[in-house]
Design a protein around this ligand. Structure first.
Ligand SMILES: [Zn+2]
Length: 456
């Protein structure tokens, strides 16, 4: 297919009056002028955003742990609500929740997602007849919605540093190395049945794994796919850092770099609490920092040192994690605003080459996100996946005045969803803000939510 763009955002800035030629899901040519056979985009085109971190089922209890006053909610009480919730959720319900969530993501401008998937077993901890039952539900949800998926089965074994025994609430997550390796192999097989998906793995965290377990499972993954992405929760809460120090007298990021070959295939989720040395090591390693600004704010985690890290050349991606928000614009707005509040300055996350904060953040998060999920997307350029968004021209005309300010206006001044059309690998999945499954999915989701909430 061919798509004419009056203007689109390329890695070198806005280009005007071009026709994108798309074959087999890839941009194969960018020709000057309007091709007579081309569809005409109704507004400016920008790269689709990558969501580097999702726990799909958590969408269903977003907002259920926000109570103040006596015994007020914390990260750890939120986790208790989460454990209570996930005791009950069935494979069918997981699929319904994930389908609804992925439709919401597409509407908001995410064209791909990395699903950090740790709900593997039945409530009592026994495996399903199909070991990859829960993973398959995620594949089916992504496939139905049309979002591109990087599926990351989670390695989870222990409840704390030093191989502490797991607790009751964690039974659905647990695998030993052999079971986990079989699950990863099964997921690799499954991924062949679905388009626009790939498989990596996610050690849940240092506290939930051990060095021998990491070595054995990463070795297995690398045999199957030497380039597969590896994601890990690394230093989300200060308590996690303190516990790691108590365990080995090392900070989590420090320990990880000393014990694993962390390279461009790794993504460190919530690398929130970093020493200066850790921050520089991460920035120079080629790995990606997966930042989830709204979830990190919601859970009171802390502030990632984005300003220094970007100045040091670090790669970033954004994720919606707990799905308290499903909106890349809001994530990027928070990323900048938190830095402004801390530093009492304005327009911080820009560079001399890219003075537009909005342009800089959108492109860096899309490119870093693409790297983090192992998908050739995130840039509108020849050879890249045709994962793109067409913005609503009628809305933009109200607040975005020129190419120079368009992405700044989008991130800081838009109040309604400005995404009109969404394409994933050359297929339209959202047209005029609508998804074909939106109504049936919402009905199914409502019914699931009613049932799950009643049982809490
Ligand atoms: Zn997470």
């Amino acid at each position: 297919m061919k798509l004419y763009a009056k203007r689109f955002y390329s890695p070198s800035g806005w280009l005007e009056d071009k026709t994108l030629v798309i074959e087999d899901g890839l941009i194969v040519a960018i020709n000057p002028g309007r091709d007579s056979e081309a569809q005409v985009a109704g507004g400016p085109i920008i790269p689709g955003m990558v969501n580097c971190h999702s726990h799909a089922f958590q969408r269903a209890f977003a907002g259920m742990s926000e109570q103040g006053s006596e015994g007020k909610d914390s990260f750890w009480t939120w986790r208790k609500v989460m454990y209570g919730f996930l005791q009950q959720v069935t494979p069918e319900q997981t699929q319904v929740i994930a389908t609804q969530l992925y439709i919401e993501m597409l509407k908001a401008g995410y064209t791909s997602v990395a699903e950090f998937h740790y709900l593997h077993h039945q409530s009592d901890g026994t495996t399903y007849a199909n070991r990859a039952e829960m993973s398959e539900r995620i594949f089916m949800a992504a496939n139905a919605s049309g979002i591109a998926l990087t599926h990351l089965p989670v390695l989870y074994r222990y409840s704390g540093f030093g191989s502490l025994a797991a607790n009751q609430g964690q039974r659905r997550f647990l695998n030993d190395a052999e079971q986990f390796n079989r699950l990863v192999s099964d997921c690799m097989e499954l991924s062949k049945k679905y388009s626009q998906c790939r498989v990596g793995m996610a050690p849940h965290s240092l506290r939930a794994t051990s060095l021998p377990l990491l070595n054995e499972t990463i070795e297995h993954l690398r045999k199957l796919d030497p380039q597969a992405p590896i994601h890990i929760h690394i230093a989300e809460q200060q308590k996690e850092v303190d516990d790691c120090l108590a365990w080995q007298n090392k900070r989590p990021v420090q320990w990880l770099f000393e014990n694993q070959s962390v390279d461009k295939h790794w993504c460190l989720i919530h690398a929130t609490h970093l020493s200066e040395t850790e921050r520089k090591t991460l920035a120079h390693s080629g790995a990606v920092a997966g930042i989830c600004p709204t979830t990190e704010a919601n859970l009171g985690d802390g502030i990632f040192p984005t300003t220094q890290y970007l100045q040091e050349g670090g790669a970033i991606a954004i994720g919606s994690d707990s799905h308290i928000s499903v909106n890349p614009i809001e994530e990027l707005r928070w990323l900048e605003y938190v830095q402004r509040l801390v530093k009492q300055q304005r327009a911080i996350l820009a560079t001399p080459e890219q003075p537009s904060v909005g342009g800089n953040l959108w492109q860096r998060a899309a490119s870093g996100g693409a790297q983090s999920i192992g998908r050739d997307c995130g840039e509108l350029a020849i050879g890249k996946k045709a994962d793109l968004l067409v913005l609503d021209q009628s809305q933009l005309s109200l607040f975005a005045h020129s190419n120079q300010h368009l992405l700044d206006s989008l991130i800081f001044a838009s109040h309604k969803n400005p995404v009109a059309d969404v394409m994933v690998a050359g297929n339209w999945v959202i047209r005029d803000g609508q998804h074909t499954l939106a109504e049936s999915s919402a009905n199914d989701y409502r019914a699931v939510l009613k049932k799950l909430s009643a049982a809490l």
